[in-house]
Design a protein around this ligand. Sequence first.
Ligand SMILES: CC(C)(COP(=O)(O)OP(=O)(O)OC[C@H]1O[C@@H](n2cnc3c(N)ncnc32)[C@H](O)[C@@H]1OP(=O)(O)O)[C@@H](O)C(=O)NCCC(=O)NCCS
Length: 265
Amino acid sequence: MNANDTHWTTAITQIEPNEVRLRGYRIEDLMGRISFAGAIYLALTGSPPPESAIPLLDAILVSSIDHGATPPSTLAARTAASTGAPLNAAIAAGILSINRYHGGAIEDAMRLILELVQAASDPAALEQEAAALAGAYRQSRRRIPGLGHRIHSADPRAARLFALAEEAGIAAGGGRAMRAIAAAFAQQAGRALPVNVDGAIAAVLVDLGLAPELANAFFIMARVPGLVAHIHEEATRERPVRPIHPTDHAYDGPPPRDWPPGEQP
Ligand SMILES: CC(C)(COP(=O)(O)OP(=O)(O)OC[C@H]1O[C@@H](n2cnc3c(N)ncnc32)[C@H](O)[C@@H]1OP(=O)(O)O)[C@@H](O)C(=O)NCCC(=O)NCCS
């Protein structure tokens, strides 16, 4: 239908008889040729991602797929499942618990990084601006988003994302800015806090030119499969309405093993 003959328009997907086009591309041409993460970038931004960014976008989604049974969204999803809620309701319970203090650090870190990124091409200016920002946070006793972790003193996911960004040639001002703020905090506080996965995702998303408003969406899209796994396990392994202790639980899945599978000696 002609856009002028309708009440409103959308620029995302065009549907005609026997034809589905995402941002102009035939869906069957994308299928099998672009990863799900690449298609997400295309859907959100309207353009295909640079080829080198696709493994990085995938890595962002993989990095946050699950973090055990303790995160609030997981506990919320399991609690809902335990009451007999259907899958969609239990997923919704989990997603509704992803907010400012859980998952929200990615957006806050992106905004912080964007404040610094202008200075990122000049190391001296970056150091100075990062010191000023870290000082302002410390003075107002606010936590710097993207730094620190309850469990990890060196977040393996952050290190890997930075390495992949470097490999892809996408590591730019965002990564430099996040590391500069971590260094400034360490210098001022006299102790270091690790850049966490949210800080690393934020740096990469800034370097990929994504809007901070989309940050939480990346965390949610990454975490939904993990939530589904927990909901299914709760429904199939546990009795209904059991008391779910938030931290007193143990892992009984496969023992540590190496990736890729099948290459063990
Ligand atoms: C993730 C987080 C909640 C973990 O907290 P934690 O290790 O349990 O830290 P604690 O609450 O025990 O705090 C330990 C100390 O480090 C400080 N601290 C922790 N993270 C900090 C941060 N990001 N910025 C400044 N100070 C921080 C705390 O203020 C506290 O100081 P104090 O002992 O002088 O009171 C915390 O680091 C944080 O709020 N980070 C920012 C938000 C964020 O990036 N979240 C994403 C996590 S993946």
